[in-house]
Write a protein that binds this ligand. Structure first.
Ligand code: SF4
Length: 154
């Protein structure tokens, strides 16, 4: 099976415990990163013998820290460049509280069908101590929004 992992290394804030490859979003050349990421995908596909990508996973960082417009450019590029079978597993990572209706419409339009939600804990005091910006209540709200938008794999 051939799968693609695509990394978006930007976060709106940095959690205290985090060991992932990420940088603070503000002031970063996000547009250039998307351009070069798509170019790298294009060159990789040209030089490889891959016929089909079975699953796609966009992780981070926080992919949903991108604006709806940036997400659209990224997802459109990915779908144009990767030979992906519609309906296969296509995941994006998201933080509770980050997902607007506009971002979710874009995500759905380009075939993302699985949301990996960074909950960590439902203990608000612990969330505060580890430097998360959301609360347990934000998780529940985000789940409601996702279910209203008909995301079944969360
Ligand atoms: S949002 Fe995720 S990737 Fe970003 S700093 Fe927090 S744990 Fe790390």
């Amino acid at each position: 099976m051939t799968s693609a992992y695509i990394h978006i290394p930007f976060c709106k804030h940095i959690c205290y415990y985090c060991d992932f490859n990420k940088v603070f979003l503000k002031g970063q050349p996000v547009e250039s990163y998307i351009d070069l990421l798509l170019r790298e995908i294009e060159l990789t596909m040209k030089s490889s013998k891959m016929q089909t990508i079975e699953t796609i996973y966009i992780g981070g960082g926080t992919p949903t820290s991108l604006s709806a417009k940036q997400l659209e450019r990224l997802l459109k590029g990915i779908r144009n460049l990767l030979p992906f079978i519609e309906g296969n597993e296509f995941t994006i990572e998201a933080n509770p509280g980050d997902l607007t209706a506009k971002k979710l419409s874009v995500i759905k339009e380009y075939g993302v069908n699985r949301i990996s939600l960074g909950v960590q804990t439902f203990d608000n005091e612990l969330l505060r101590k580890i430097g998360r910006r959301h609360t347990a209540e934000d998780v529940v709200k985000t789940l409601d929004i996702l279910q209203n938008k008909d995301f079944k794999n969360i």
